[in-house]
Ligand binder design. Sequence first.
Ligand SMILES: [Zn+2]
Length: 55
Amino acid sequence: MRLRNNTSTQGGLRCENCGMPITLERAYVRVINGERHYFCCEHCANAFEQRHGGV
Ligand SMILES: [Zn+2]
């Protein structure tokens, strides 16, 4: 899993589940359907994954 990305977030990264502002360094990264998604915590990752039918 690649965690390094071009730092093109410009401080606009947010948890994709609850919308809480997060930083790349602290983001909880989960790969769902082959794409990386960023969350504030594992709980949000799980909730998002359930809603989006992640296998
Ligand atoms: Zn969250």
